[in-house]
Design a binder for this molecule. Structure first.
Ligand code: PMP
Length: 369
């Protein structure tokens, strides 16, 4: 028998790799991507940007990705109204890598990370792969709001576990609802020894009146806000995630990143896309409309959608989520079963995708009872 199994780190043995099924299906609404392709004029600029760096691929890229940091800082400043400087920005190959950098720097063996689940399933996985002990915090304030988190409960759990890293996912994946700034502030104040990470991967889709935690950065050196170009920005394949924090914190992340982690093509294409920010974000309004249509449509079918600030809807009321998932797939619609009984998650995309999803749901629901 192969000795490999014994050679693998004991804490990794028996684990399964993260990943949604990658199936060739007509309507793919399972990974919260943006359904709209990159517009033609942006494609032209991206192609030109790659052509410009191609002759210089014999050289390493700018290790400090200075131009990209500046463009990301400008993007955050212009969309949030909070002045963010390039020194406050850090980036990686997707926000997953940025989260990994944070955990490598502030978590690790002998340290603890706390998140309030269900939340983004990579938070515990990244924590544990760098040797950080993960604590599953609780959500839920009764049957009517099983996924809500109160300020009192969050503060109590943070005081109980005294974590080194706290994850707040807002808007929360998979449930969709954003957290209040009051909660972020209270958790930060209740955890004096922790880095507080607000994962805002879906922030651009938030409903009116849900401000970003970027507005809390000033005066809070332990607060970090992570973002991504994968969702609203329609750039998941470009793999570019980033964060904003105090310059001293971003400087510390240089201790753990691999040198030249952002390739020159990655930097060039992200910069080209950022030059077209308003155009790249122009789909956000229609996606929010589709999300709200999905919420209304599911309610009309007698299901229980959770209020969403994201580009997806988590909905309950299903007698058996695995059966419903398969019935939708049989009709050419792929959604996500995140392993929570009676619930599924569906991404909001184009109007045609909403039509297809709701039509399939209308067929499926009567067969479930
Ligand atoms: N945070 C959350 C909450 C997410 O849902 C995702 C992607 N599903 C990510 C981070 C990571 O995205 P990426 O690595 O593409 O930036």
């Amino acid at each position: 028998m192969s000795r490999l199994r014994e050679l693998l780190r004991p804490d990794l043995r028996g684990k399964t790799a993260y990943g949604a099924p990658q199936l060739e299906v007509a309507v793919r609404l399972n990974t919260n991507e943006n359904s709209y392709p990159v517009p033609d004029d942006v494609v032209r600029d991206i192609t030109a940007a790659v052509a410009e760096v191609a002759p210089h691929l014999n050289r390493y890229p700018d290790r400090e990705f200075t131009e990209l940091r500046t463009a990301l800082a400008d993007y955050l400043t212009s969309t949030s109204g909070v002045v963010v400087t390039p020194e406050q920005v850090w980036a990686g190959n997707g926000s997953n890598e940025v989260l990994q950098h944070l955990l490598q720097a502030f978590g690790g063996p002998g340290r603890t990370a706390l998140g309030f689940t269900p939340a983004y399933s990579m938070h515990p996985i990244i924590s544990e792969t760098v040797g950080t002990r993960w604590v599953d915090g609780r959500r839920g304030i009764g049957a009517d709001a099983p996924f809500d988190l109160t300020v009192e409960s969050a503060v109590e759990q943070v005081r109980e576990h005294r974590p080194h890293v706290v994850f707040l996912c807002s808007p929360n994946n998979p449930t969709g609802t954003a957290l209040s700034l009051e909660l972020v502030r209270a958790v930060h104040d209740a955890a004096p020894d922790a880095i507080v990470v607000v994962d805002e991967a879906y922030e651009e889709f938030a409903r009116e009146g849900v401000p970003s935690a970027l507005t809390l950065l000033e005066g809070r050196e332990r607060l970090v806000v992570t973002r991504t170009m994968s969702k609203a920005f329609a750039f998941a394949g470009g793999r570019l995630g980033y964060l904003a924090a105090v310059p001293a914190l971003t400087d510390m992340l240089r201790l753990v990143r691999l040198p030249y982690h952002l390739s020159s093509p990655t930097q060039a294409i992200a910069l080209a896309a950022l030059r077209h920010a308003p155009e790249m974000l122009s789909t956000v309004a229609v996606i929010k409309q589709q999300r709200d249509r999905i919420v209304d449509g599911l309610r009309e079918l007698g299901l229980e959608p959770v209020p969403s600030d994201a580009n997806f809807v988590f909905f309950g009321g299903l007698p058996d989520s695995a059966v419903a998932w398969q019935a939708l797939l049989d009709r050419g619609v792929l959604v996500r079963d995140v392993g929570i009984a009676h619930y599924l998650r569906v991404t909001a995309g184009t109007p045609a995708e909403t039509d297809a999803f709701l039509a399939a749901m209308a067929e499926v629901v009567p067969t479930l009872r």
